[in-house]
Ligand binder design. Structure first.
Ligand code: ADP
Ligand code: MG
Ligand code: MG
Length: 211
């Protein structure tokens, strides 16, 4: 299984855009419980502006689409997530620049580049109740699957299970970084908004590649 990065390469980014647009109210509702309730608004603004830019182009390859998404998010949405997701998508784009297709190794490079991009700006670890609770286990699980000789499709499925599980794990956690950390114990009992959006993004990417 391979995913070609020709004119249809932008489909992955369109699937991310749609996933965020469809869940914008939900993401703000979650953020509202222990944050300031704008995560869905922020993310929706970023992806909708990206869609407007991409729609103007006839054909868009994945590296360009990811770069457009990254730049738009970092320059337009603000909040804690603007720079973090900005780096996430920009580093992902750099990882595939000049490539013609995504295979299981290239997808690992993309995931690790995104992870390193976020790590370069934030110091959140697993257990801090952030997007990292989704991203870190997803990347680790994916890499372990391919190192163990699993095929691309199976590795993607394992990554999806790990991402979902990581997102769910944030429900019982006390926030250690970000706005919600001010609440201490009172931040326990609800999902983290960034972990939830990160799960939506990874699920959308994996589902599109597997299609
Ligand atoms: P803001 O908190 O500025 O309103 P958002 O609502 O868009 O920004 O994003 C909130 C999310 O940001 C949190 O749910 C959390 O997952 C994530 N976050 C905050 N700080 C960090 C960090 N240092 N590292 C990773 N993720 C973070
Ligand atoms: Mg917020
Ligand atoms: Mg805010």
């Amino acid at each position: 299984m391979e995913y070609f990065l020709n004119s249809s390469g932008g489909r992955i980014v369109y699937s991310i855009i749609e996933a965020i647009q469809d869940n914008k109210e939900y993401l703000s509702e979650i953020d509202g419980a222990i944050g300031d309730g704008d995560h869905g608004i922020n993310m929706n603004k970023g992806v909708t502006m990206t869609k407007e830019k991409l729609d103007e182009q006839d054909e868009v390859d994945l590296a360009t689409a990811l770069k457009t998404l990254g730049f738009t998010v970092v320059s337009k949405i603000g909040g804690s997530m603007g720079p973090l997701y900005g780096n996430f998508f920009l580093e992902m784009s750099k990882a595939i620049n000049g490539r013609e297709k995504i295979d299981k190794k290239v997808f690992s490079d993309m995931l690790n580049a995104a992870l390193e991009g976020v790590k370069a700006l934030g110091d959140a670890k697993v257990g801090d109740k952030t997007m990292m609770d989704t991203l870190i286990p997803a990347v680790k699980t994916y890499d372990k699957a391919i190192e163990g000789g699993k095929g691309f499709k199976e590795a993607l499925e394992e990554m999806q299970v790990a991402a979902e599980k990581g997102k769910e794990s944030t429900k019982d956690l006390v926030a250690k970084v970000g706005r919600a950390a001010r609440l201490g114990e009172r931040s326990r009992g609800v999902l983290d908004a960034g972990a939830t959006s990160c799960n939506l993004i990874l699920q959308a990417m994996a589902n599109t590649i597997r299609d």
